[in-house]
Write a protein that binds this ligand. Structure first.
Ligand SMILES: [Zn+2]
Length: 466
C-alpha cells in the first residue's frame, strides 16, 4: 500500500463496489449524507454490517421491453415516435435532441458541484483529469473549441498537484501526464506535449523495478501504466513510445503473472495469474480481465507465441469460471453471482471477450460476449447510480461495444434505453456516490456516456478502451 502523506486526505480509490480492497470483508459502506463531495470519504460514512443481499437489491427491474425485430422496435410508448429512440437503424433525431439537452443541463450541475470537490484529487478516476477527459470527449464529438480549452484548464490543474505516489492512468501520475500530452498536442503546443510525454516515460523506472509491492491490475498497477503508453501511441502516433520500452513493460507484466501462477501451482491451467490484496480478482478494474485486455491490445505487440501459450489459455481459464447466467465472478474464490459492474462482472469481461474474438477469430468468444450482454440487459440498471465504474453508464458501454462488433440493432436499442434511463438522472432513488461529479463514479461519466449517442460507431469507454 502506498504511504499516505501527512495532512493529505486519504483518497484510496477502491472502486466503491462493496467488494474490493481491504475495506471489504463483511462490511458494506453506506453514505450517510447526500451532501457528499469528492474526497470526503470516511467522515460522512458509517460502516454497517450487512449481508450480501440478493441481486434485486443491486439493480432495478429493467422496465423496458427488449428489441423486437418483428415490429422494428419494442418500445412504442416514448415520445420519439413509433420506433422509440431508433429510427431507420440510427439514433433518432428527437432522442438525440433530448440527450443533447440533458448533457447541457448535467454539465451545468457538474461544474457547480465541482466547486466543492476535493482540490487535491488529480486522478482520472475521481478527480480533475477525469473531467479533462470528459471535455476531450465533448470536443471529439462536437468539435467545439471551448471544450478543448476546458480540457486544458483541468489537466493543467491536475499537473500542478501530482504526488508521485502511483503510476497508473486511472489513479496515478500517468493519467494527467498522458492526457496533458494529448491535449497540448491537439492544441499544437508541441514543446509542452513533449514535456508531458517525457515525464510519462520517466515513470517506467518504478514500473520496471522488481518491487514486490507493485500490483499489475489497472487501477494501481503495471497494466494501468501500460494503458497510458498505449493511449499516447493511439493519440500521438506509435512513435511516441519507444518499442523496446513498451516491450519491457509488457514483459514485466507477463513475467509477474507467470511467476505468481507457478507459485500458486496453476501454470498448466492459467499461465498468467495475478492477485491484488491477496485476491485473484476477475474483473476489469482490479483483476485478470483488465490485465489480459491490455496485453491483448494489438498495439501492445505481444509476441504471437506468448499470445498462444500464455494469454489465450488464461482467457479460456476465466471463461470457464462464468456463471450460468452469463455473468462472471468478482474473484476466482467467489462463487456468488452478485455484481454486474464494469469493475466486477460481465460489463468488464465483455470487452475482453470481444477483443479475444477480434484477435483469435473464434465465435465462442462472441457467443459468450452476447451472454454477458443478456445479463447486463437484465441486471444492469444499477442501484449504485449512473456512473462508469459501477453504474448504468458503464454498463451501457457493453451494448455500444456489442453494436460496434455485430452491427445488430438490438444492441444500439439497448444502449439507447440505458441512456434514456440516465436522462432521468437522480429520480430513481439510487445511492449517491462519494465523488458525485467525477468521471468514474459520478455525473461526468454519465455525460461521457450520453455524448456517445451522437456517434455510437465511434464510442470509446474512457480510460480503458483503445
Ligand atoms: Zn466499481
Amino acid at each position: 500500500m502506498p504511504a499516505v502523506t501527512a495532512g493529505t486526505p486519504v483518497t484510496e480509490h477502491y472502486c466503491d463496489c462493496d467488494n474490493c480492497g481491504p475495506q471489504q470483508s463483511s462490511l458494506r459502506l453506506f453514505t450517510l449524507s447526500s451532501v457528499v463531495v469528492m474526497g470526503e470519504n470516511m467522515s460522512k460514512r458509517l460502516k454497517l454490517l450487512s449481508s450480501d443481499g440478493d441481486p434485486e437489491d443491486r439493480s432495478f427491474h429493467n422496465p423496458h421491453p427488449d428489441w423486437d425485430p418483428g415490429t422494428a422496435s419494442a418500445d412504442s410508448e416514448a415520445d420519439e415516435g413509433p420506433q422509440g429512440p431508433i429510427e431507420d437503424g440510427k439514433v433518432s433525431a428527437s432522442f438525440e435532441r433530448r440527450v443533447q439537452s440533458k448533457i447541457k443541463d448535467l454539465l451545468l450541475q457538474m461544474e457547480e458541484g465541482l466547486k466543492t470537490a476535493d482540490p487535491h484529487d488529480f486522478s482520472a478516476y475521481t478527480g480533475w483529469t477525469g473531467i479533462a477527459l470528459l471535455y476531450l470527449q465533448l470536443h471529439r464529438v462536437s468539435g467545439e473549441a471551448s471544450h478543448i480549452q476546458r480540457a486544458l484548464d483541468y489537466v493543467k490543474r491536475s499537473m500542478r498537484i501530482l504526488n508521485g505516489r502511483r503510476v497508473t492512468f486511472l489513479c496515478g501520475d500517468a493519467g494527467p501526464l498522458a492526457v496533458g500530452a494529448v491535449v497540448h498536442h491537439k492544441l499544437g503546443n508541441s514543446a509542452e506535449s513533449k514535456d508531458c510525454l517525457s515525464r510519462l516515460l520517466q515513470l517506467q523506472a518504478s514500473v520496471l523495478s522488481p518491487d514486490g509491492d507493485m500490483p499489475d491490475e489497472i487501477l494501481y498497477g503495471r497494466s494501468g501504466y501500460l494503458f497510458a503508453l498505449l493511449y499516447v501511441c493511439k493519440e500521438l502516433g506509435a512513435e511516441a513510445v519507444d518499442e523496446a520500452m513498451l516491450s519491457q513493460v509488457v514483459i514485466t507484466i507477463i513475467e509477474s503473472g507467470k511467476s505468481f501462477s507457478a507459485e500458486q501451482k496453476k501454470f498448466e491451467r492459467c499461465p498468467l495469474l495475478y492477485e491484488w490484496h491477496k485476491k485473484q480478482y476477475v474483473g476489469a478494474a482490479h483483476g485478470l480481465a483488465g490485465i489480459y485486455y491490455m496485453l491483448l491490445q494489438p498495439s501492445a505487440k505481444v509476441h504471437p507465441d506468448m499470445m498462444a501459450e500464455l494469454i489465450r489459455p488464461s482467457i479460456d481459464y476465466i471463461r470457464h469460471k462464468r456463471f450460468r447466467s452469463g455473468n462472471f465472478p468478482s474473484s476466482l474464490s467467489n462463487e456468488s453471482d452478485r455484481l454486474v459492474h464494469w469493475c466486477h462482472g460481465a460489463p468488464g469481461v465483455i470487452h475482453l471477450l470481444l477483443l479475444a474474438h477480434k484477435v483469435f477469430k473464434e465465435d465462442k468468444y462472441l457467443r459468450e460476449a452476447s451472454d454477458c450482454a443478456e445479463v447486463i440487459w437484465q441486471r444492469g440498471l444499477l442501484r449504485k447510480g449512473y456512473g462508469i465504474c459501477h453504474g448504468t453508464a458503464g454498463n451501457g458501454y457493453a451494448f455500444l461495444s456489442m453494436y460496434k462488433v455485430t452491427q445488430e440493432q438490438k444492441y444500439l436499442y439497448r444502449a439507447c434505453k440505458f441512456a434514456e434511463w440516465c436522462l432521468d438522472y437522480g429520480t430513481h432513488g439510487c445511492r449517491i456516490p462519494d465523488r458525485p461529479y467525477s468521471l468514474f463514479e459520478g455525473m461526468a461519466g454519465t455525460i461521457h456516456y450520453l455524448s456517445e449517442m451522437s456517434n455510437p460507431e465511434a464510442s470509446c469507454f474512457p480510460a480503458f478502451e483503445l
